[in-house]
Design a protein around this ligand. Structure first.
Ligand code: ATP
Ligand code: MG
Length: 329
């Protein structure tokens, strides 16, 4: 359940309603790490399914940012059977982009037209592209091209873009934006209350709310990372370090306190974008890491293993990946 975000939810719902009437729409949700972009996207998926839209996902993955068309492939994979109906030059361009045929680097304009047709055929459709700041450049360009051209196809595209991202998302500039600010004080207190079970002194609570500056991830994670004694005095000086950086530092500290094999397992998981647990365990076996290594990482609340591997938050993945030595990576 989302706390607050009424206006934002309404904006997204309106986008779906307009698309149902034949007026496709696009929105780029921007905001700092942990501000609630993915949470809002999840709410939108649920709303879309409830009103009869298909939902197709893709996400930028830090470790795949160098692979041309990787992100686009995620989005288009279920629709590729229809590619045979496309004009021959578009088919050829798409085939090369997705490694089905050999050939010179494909014309991105043709790839864009091909994707536009495939998505249009699949409407009503919501395309959700999370972590767009990590899309490979080719995918970002093509998706932005498609986003600028959707019209009457009953296709809605939403992108989440972390600000400031590595690329600053220039491919997406000019598209309609929704900037997420921090939660207001009363919503922030509501969310904090879900994270901290023990009753908090009003002064302490107000202090945490002030320091988190409405960032939901900070409200959920900072209390957990801070030893009880630090509650009374606040965590660190506000404004010196950005809120996402502070959360990331917290995750990094938690990771660094783990045994070496657990840390290495985290690095392997961070490098593996799909979250396929079987694949992860095969890689771990190659490195001589036993399954028991997972327990401390799970206990520290950094990731979960079942048949999928899930990081607590993308900031855990990036904290781990960035802290690893090039050799380990
Ligand atoms: N309005 C909200 N109500 C309740 N929980 C929220 C809300 N917004 C975010 N959260 C929770 O806060 C955490 C951080 O939010 P989220 O993962 O959506 O951030 P993000 O903007 O996608 O960050 P990143 O840039 O790192 O991907 C998540 O656990 C999410 O469920
Ligand atoms: Mg996110």
């Amino acid at each position: 359940m989302l706390v607050g975000r009424r206006a934002e939810q309404a904006a997204l719902e309106q986008l779906l309603a307009r698309a149902q009437g034949g007026d496709s729409g696009v929105l780029v949700v921007r905001g700092e790490a942990g501000i609630g972009k993915s949470a809002l996207l999840q709410h939108m998926r649920e709303t879309a399914v409830a009103v009869g839209f298909g939902v197709q996902d893709a996400a930028g993955v830090e470790a795949e940012a160098e692979f041309a068309f990787a992100g686009l492939h995620q989005l288009c994979a279920p629709f590729l059977a229809r590619a045979v109906e496309l004009p021959e030059p578009q088919q050829a361009a798409l085939g090369v982009a997705f490694g089905l045929h050999e050939g010179a680097a494909p014309d991105r304009f043709l790839v864009g037209l091909a994707v536009l047709s495939l998505l249009a055929e699949a409407g009503p459709l919501l395309c959700v592209v999370d972590d767009a700041q990590w899309l490979d450049q080719a995918s970002a360009q093509v998706l932005a091209f498609v986003a600028r051209r959707v019209g009457a196809e009953r296709v809605v595209m939403v992108f989440a873009l972390r600000d400031p991202g590595v690329t600053d998302g220039e491919a997406f500039s000019g598209l309609p934006e929704l900037r997420l600010a921090g939660l207001g004080a009363s919503d922030a207190q509501t969310l904090l209350a879900t994270a901290v079970r023990a009753p908090l002194d009003d002064v302490v609570r107000d202090r945490i709310v002030a320091e988190a500056r409405g960032n939901p991830l900070a409200l959920l994670e900072l209390p957990r990372g801070a030893p009880a004694v630090q509650f009374a005095g606040g965590f660190e000086l506000p404004d010196v370090v950005s809120v996402p950086r502070r959360i990331e530092n917290g995750f990094q500290r938690r990771a660094n306190s783990l045994p070496a094999d657990a840390r290495m397992l985290l690095v392997v998981a961070a490098a593996e974008p799909t979250g396929d647990a079987a694949l992860l365990w095969r890689a771990a076996a190659e490195l001589g890491i036993a399954r028991e290594a997972a327990a401390p990482a799970e206990a520290a609340g950094l990731l979960e293993f079942d048949f999928r591997v899930r990081f607590r938050h993308p900031l855990v993945r990036s904290a781990v990946y960035r802290a690893a030595t090039p050799t380990d990576r």
